[in-house]
Design a protein around this ligand. Structure first.
Ligand SMILES: [Zn+2]
Length: 250
């Protein structure tokens, strides 16, 4: 599997506009050899949203107030998540123990294998928390997959805070990790990107990626906005559709 360097990833990107781009149709690539596959984590690789589960289990109740302010559009997703993580009252070992038991969509194993066989870079891109992602991946022997996400910081404290190594201040979503900027980095363009996701942080990249596999709220949003996507239920579905169609053409 070819890997690409993640350092300085945001600096090499073309910045999106401040408004949501116009919806357009996306086609499944006929030849995947020049493509990258980007995959969301929370709710896509895991069967439940790990970030939400951690907040439910360990954050002070005020985290719901920040959630409400974000959903009403009063604050960015980046600020919301930062405020919420500051309310977590659990140490590093406790979070690791909790995340280790989160169930995954086993189709990620086949997706990883098929991408590796064909030399297609697969990267997990998440607006979630790196410690939890690393824990889940290690548990399932998948820690070789590159991850771009927000970063939990401890600084000798018992409880974490959050930093954002991959922001894009210009992205209209205000997410902590801007996925549309990631799609335009690492030597690829959004038109050379297949994207797989399920939620709100997947919106910006879904309007620019060449092909989008969507489920859950992302699928609903794509339908409302007229953004073309291919619905899926499991990552096994994605593998079948992605590689079957690619091979038919070749
Ligand atoms: Zn973005």
């Amino acid at each position: 599997m070819s890997q690409f360097c993640l350092s300085g990833i945001i600096h090499s990107t073309s910045r999106p506009g401040t408004r949501a781009p116009s919806p357009r149709r996306t086609d499944l690539p006929r030849d995947l050899s020049a493509f990258q596959v980007l995959c969301d984590f929370d709710g896509t690789i895991t069967r439940t949203d790990v970030t939400d589960a951690i907040l439910e289990a360990f954050a002070l109740p005020a985290f719901r107030e920040w959630q409400g302010r974000w959903e009403r559009g009063e604050i960015t997703g980046r600020e919301c998540l930062s405020r919420q993580v500051a309310l977590i009252r659990a140490d590093r070992a406790t979070l690791i123990r909790f995340a280790a038991d989160i169930p995954i969509d086993e189709g990620i194993v086949a997706l990883d294998q098929r991408c590796a066989e064909q030399g297609i870079p697969l990267t997990i891109v998440s607006d979630g928390l790196d410690l939890l992602i690393d824990t889940v991946l290690r548990r399932h022997g998948l820690s070789h997959i590159p991850v771009i996400s927000n970063h939990l910081v401890w600084n000798g404290n018992s409880f974490p805070s959050l930093s954002f190594p991959f922001p894009s201040p210009d992205c209209w979503t205000g997410a902590g990790t801007c996925k549309c900027a990631v799609a335009a980095s690492g030597g690829f363009s959004p038109r050379e990107t297949v994207y797989i996701g399920d939620g709100r942080s997947d919106r910006c990249v879904s309007t620019v990626a060449q092909h989008v596999f969507a489920k859950g709220r992302l699928r609903e949003w794509c339908d409302l906005q007229g953004v073309d996507c291919e619905p899926f239920e499991t990552l096994t579905d994605v593998v079948e559709h992605l590689f079957q169609k690619g091979e038919q053409i070749e």
